[in-house]
Ligand binder design. Structure first.
Ligand code: CA
Length: 439
């Protein structure tokens, strides 16, 4: 469906804009303003570790270079950076670009899987049963890892399960070929160059052979799906063979994941969060990962446990945020510091939620009480673009029209919802798009 055919352009739109502007002016003291003025409750971002995607400045790639030309040029740079030429030539032997990887890199899927379907797959009974078996099988190693890194074994097994299906699905791409393809012609060549150089350093140290260096099309490697720069900073040898082998050693993989969480401010003995329920008059504008409050304060604002009783989360002085993964009509979760540590591993709230819930399911807990709004399918990409265009047209700047619902789009949505007296959850639903179409 063409987005342009839905571009707003009727004269009434200007009237609507003026009306909304007036409404907004009248709402200048609404909770939106308060929510963003609550800086004392905010905590600084964790300082370690650097994000997975470490930007590295590299000379720009000349356009229209053939792969052979690119490889020749990159070889010089790699050698200058200390890569042995025999190692380089062995690693690159027979390497040609992979068109499938370029297609994956440039694809922008039209449809998004609803969070409840993602969770169904992540928390399947097969995965839970396998996790429980592996928890027993690796009990001794997990106990040692827990002791050394202070990270709960259930969380580690959950990460293992979602990253690589417990090591059985690491991706079958030769990482050097995948990254060389992306460095030559991908969307983020600088990033791919940095990863490729880091991958060569891993080979040069002898942690893994070129044949064994398998991963996803994007270069995420082994049972933990670490990209090479993350691997170089955080992978550990736990089984004592002097190789940090996240491909073949589950002990190395689990300990590497634990090490990464530890440096991402994991707090031992603390929960990731919990499902909660909200009082009927709850101000949904407060449900945003950027808004952090002590648990006790959330309780005074009408946050209760999932079944409506008093909140039972231990408050270790933690700054908690309220998460509504499917908007105000779906389940609500209060998420704590450890949830943010999981986000450092993979910056997706659906992923972090799946890890937290899977870790609980393994222990016979973690059932979500509230029901998901399964009749309300997520917006497709063309609809998200249309939503942003229409928000912009009625005077609520989404900060760019890119089909990505980021902080600016959510804020614009909230302002629009407040102007119309709707629950201000900032969630891009179809009914909201319909409302925008009526202006
Ligand atoms: Ca090892």
């Amino acid at each position: 469906m063409s987005n342009k055919s839905h571009r707003p352009g009727t004269p009434s739109r200007h009237l609507a804009t003026a009306a909304l502007a007036l409404l907004l002016a009248a709402c200048a003291d609404t909770p939106i303003q308060q929510a963003h003025a609550e800086s004392p409750a905010r905590t600084p971002e964790p300082t370690t570790p650097p994000p997975l995607a470490t930007p590295v400045v590299q000379p720009p790639v000349a356009e229209n270079q053939t792969f052979a030309q690119w490889k020749q040029e990159f070889r010089q740079r790699a050698l200058a950076a200390g890569i042995d030429q025999t190692l380089f030539d062995r690693a690159f032997a027979g390497v040609e670009p992979n068109p499938g990887i370029l297609r994956a890199d440039s694809s922008q899927p039209e449809f998004t899987r609803p969070v409840w379907e993602y969770l169904d797959g992540a928390l399947s009974s097969t995965r839970i049963a396998r996790a429980q078996r592996l928890l027993q099988e690796h009990a001794a190693t997990l106990a040692e890892i827990e002791q050394r890194y202070g990270v709960d074994r259930h969380i580690l097994v959950a990460i293992w399960g979602l990253e690589s299906n417990f090591g059985s699905n690491m991706g079958d791409n030769y990482v050097i070929r995948a990254l060389a393809t992306l460095a030559h012609q991908g969307r983020r060549p600088d990033f791919a160059h940095a990863q490729l150089l880091a991958a060569l350093e891993i080979l040069q140290r002898g942690d893994i052979s070129p044949e064994g260096m398998l991963g996803s099309w994007a270069g995420a490697m082994g049972q933990t799906q670490f990209i090479p720069t993350t691997y170089n900073s955080y992978a550990v040898d736990f089984d004592g063979d002097r190789k940090r082998d996240i491909w073949n050693s589950s002990a190395d993989a689990l300990a590497s994941a634990a090490n990464y969480l530890r440096v991402s401010n994991w707090q031992s003995e603390q929960p990731w969060g919990a499902e909660v329920s909200l009082a009927g008059d709850f101000d949904y504008a407060l449900a945003d990962m950027s808004i952090r409050k002590p648990i006790a304060e959330w309780a005074t604002l009408g946050v209760r446990n999932a079944r409506g009783g008093p909140l039972q989360l231990a408050d270790g002085g933690q700054a908690a945020s309220l998460l509504l993964p499917a908007g105000y009509q779906g389940p609500a979760f209060l998420v704590l510091n450890n949830f943010r540590s999981i986000l450092r591993y993979n910056n997706s709230t659906s992923y972090a939620l799946a890890i937290g819930l899977l870790a609980e399911r393994i222990q016979g807990k973690g059932e979500v009480v509230a029901s998901w709004p399964t009749d309300d399918q997520p917006l497709a990409r063309s609809e998200r673009l249309e939503l942003q265009e229409r928000l912009k047209a009625v005077g609520f700047d989404p900060g760019g029209v890119d089909g990505i619902i980021g902080a600016n789009t959510r804020q614009a949505l909230r302002n629009f919802q407040i102007a119309l007296g709707l629950p201000a959850d900032g969630y891009p639903s179809k009914p909201l798009l319909e409302k925008l179409r009526s202006f």
